[in-house]
Design a protein around this ligand. Structure first.
Ligand SMILES: C[S@@+](CC[C@H](N)C(=O)[O-])C[C@H]1O[C@@H](n2cnc3c(N)ncnc32)[C@H](O)[C@@H]1O
Length: 209
C-alpha cells in the first residue's frame, strides 16, 4: 500500500481515516487471497488503489446519497460493490449493498471481507438468473456482460425508478448503439477517473422497444 495513494483517495472522496483503514484492510485481504483464487489480475494487484478502489468509488458519487438499496452483480473480488459498502458505512449507513457472485470461493472472500470490516452487505452466492427480483434502487456491474445483457438484468432486479451504473471501456459507444436497437433509456456517460478511454454509464428508465 502506498500512503500517498490512500491520502489522495481520502481527499478526492472526502472520506475519514477510518474508511481508509477499512480499505487498507481490504487491500491486505485481497493480496492474501488473490494467489489462490485470482480475484483480480496479478498485474493490477500492485496498483489496487488506482485500478480498483478509485475505479469503484467513482460510482458512489453518481448515485443518489439517499438510496438505501444497491446491488452489484458479478461482484468478483468486490468491485465496485465492496468499495461502495465501505464508503456507504461512513456516508449513508442505512444502505445495504447486495453482492451477487456465483463463484463460491469468491463469495467466501466477499463474506470474509464484509465480516472483518463490519459492512452492511448481503452476499448472494447464486447465478443472477436464478435470483428472485431484488427490487433495488441502484444496480451496478463492472466487467460482467455487454450493455444489452446488463439491461435485461436491470429489467428484473432494478426498481422502475432506479438507476443503473455500468463502467464501460473504450468500445462503450458501440455497446450503447447496439443496446438502443432493443431498449429505450436515458443515459449519461461520465468520463472515467481511472482511464481516459472509459466511462461510467448512468441509465434510467430503460424499457424494451
Ligand atoms: C470479469 S469478473 C468481474 C468481477 C468484478 N466485477 C470486477 O470488476 O473486478 C465477472 C464476475 O462475475 C461472476 N459472474 C459471471 N456470470 C455470473 C452470473 N450469471 N451470476 C453471478 N455471477 C456471475 C464471475 O464469477 C466473475 O467473478
Amino acid at each position: 500500500m502506498s500512503q500517498s495513494e490512500a491520502e489522495r483517495f481520502g481527499a478526492r472522496f472526502d472520506v475519514s481515516r477510518e474508511t481508509l483503514e477499512r480499505l487498507e484492510a481490504y487491500e491486505s485481504l485481497l493480496a492474501k487471497w488473490n494467489p489462490a483464487i485470482n480475484l483480480v489480475s496479478k498485474s493490477t494487484l500492485a496498483d489496487t488503489w488506482a485500478r480498483h478502489f478509485l475505479d469503484s468509488a467513482q460510482l458512489f458519487d453518481l448515485a443518489p446519497i439517499e438510496a438505501r438499496s444497491w446491488a452489484d452483480l458479478g461482484a468478483g473480488g468486490g468491485f465496485p460493490g465492496l468499495v461502495i459498502a465501505v464508503m456507504s458505512l461512513e456516508k449513508t449507513p442505512e444502505r445495504e449493498v447486495v453482492l451477487v457472485e456465483s463463484d463460491l470461493r469468491k463469495s467466501a472472500f466477499l463474506s470474509t471481507v464484509s465480516r472483518e470490516l463490519g459492512l452492511k452487505t448481503r452476499i448472494l452466492a447464486k447465478r443472477i438468473e436464478e435470483l428472485d427480483p431484488l427490487g433495488v434502487e441502484i444496480l451496478s456491474a463492472r466487467a460482467l456482460a455487454p450493455l444489452s445483457q446488463l439491461l435485461e438484468f436491470a429489467e428484473r432486479h432494478l426498481r422502475p425508478d432506479g438507476t443503473a451504473l455500468f463502467p464501460k471501456g473504450a468500445r462503450w459507444q458501440e455497446e450503447l448503439a447496439q443496446a438502443r436497437e432493443s431498449w429505450s433509456f436515458d443515459c449519461e456517460a461520465s468520463p472515467s477517473l481511472s482511464d481516459p478511454n472509459s466511462v461510467v454509464l448512468k441509465i434510467n428508465g430503460a424499457k424494451r422497444v
